[in-house]
Ligand binder design. Structure first.
Ligand SMILES: [Zn+2]
Length: 278
């Protein structure tokens, strides 16, 4: 019966290139301007013409935020593939490819260093590693980062960039939402500030847990932020969604975010906010 058979054609992504493309010249997906690549990179991967924010890696994010070198924790934690899961390819191979692409064992880097002279713990998610999805390793690393902040009396910044929970680890990935949220509640009891930075995209179980639990929820301009994607919602409620739905500016207007901050102002803003909160 055709009802129970999966169509082999993959869904069209319909997405423009989010990272700065390779090559000497890049065409901005937003304003269609052709720009010298070096100029975009020097501008923190923000289009100098229209301020479109290209996606950056976790490492580039940390370079942008920290004053200098940082210390990384729990680099050796790797997923055990508890379900021996395979979809179009085995999960084990996806993990392997993620490791090769990002030089990291999973989709988050947890670190400590100095930002604007303030000692701080930063966890930055890596979208290039299986869509920044949150499995057991991401959950454990973020939880440990929260606990480190509490133990060492440091403020915490978590940079989200994620498609949500990692379905290849089934319900174990969903449990991470509760685990991280509980750790954040203890950080709150210790009266230490937590700033959540939401970047493009922040969706699914990450939005539904720690990304929305910041003392300040800050987003980059134009970032897609939501639980289910707009296409799924439109198909479910059979209504056209308003323009800009699930983008940072729309969420700010509707009280879901505290600030939308240009990447070039980001570090200064975070440091100022932390000084205020401390
Ligand atoms: Zn542009």
């Amino acid at each position: 019966m055709a009802w129970f058979r999966r169509e082999p054609t993959p869904l069209a992504s319909g997405q423009q290139e989010s990272r700065v493309p390779e090559g000497m010249w890049v065409k901005c997906g937003s304003c269609k301007e052709i720009i010298y690549r070096k100029e975009v990179v020097k501008n923190l991967s923000v289009c100098p013409k229209c301020a479109f924010h290209f996606r950056i890696s976790a490492r580039e994010r940390l370079e942008l935020l920290y004053d200098g070198a940082w210390e990384e924790f729990d680099r050796g934690l790797v997923s055990a593939d508890p379900l021996q899961f395979r979809d179009t390819k085995p999960y084990a191979r996806r993990l392997q490819e993620g490791r090769e692409k990002t030089d990291s064992a999973d989709a988050v880097l947890t670190t400590a260093g100095s930002m604007g002279g303030l000692p701080v713990v930063i966890a930055a998610m890596e979208y290039a590693f299986i869509g920044g999805s949150m499995g057991v390793v991401v959950g454990e690393k973020v939880t440990r980062a929260v606990e480190r902040a509490a133990r060492e009396w440091l403020p915490l910044v978590v940079v989200s960039c994620s498609g949500g929970a990692r379905m290849m680890e089934g319900t174990l990935s969903l449990m991470q939402m509760a685990k991280i949220s509980a750790a954040l509640a203890r950080l709150d009891d210790a009266r230490l500030p937590f700033i959540s930075l939401l970047t493009d995209p922040t969706t699914g179980g990450v939005t539904a847990s720690f990304a929305m639990l910041g003392d300040l929820n800050v987003a980059e301009p134009g970032a897609l932020i939501g639980f289910a994607g707009p296409r799924v919602i439109e198909q479910t409620i059979r209504q056209k969604l308003p323009p800009g739905f699930q983008r940072s500016e729309f969420l700010l207007q509707h009280g879901m975010l505290d600030m939308v901050v240009d990447r070039r102002e980001l570090k200064r803003t975070l440091v100022r906010s932390l000084r205020l909160l401390l």
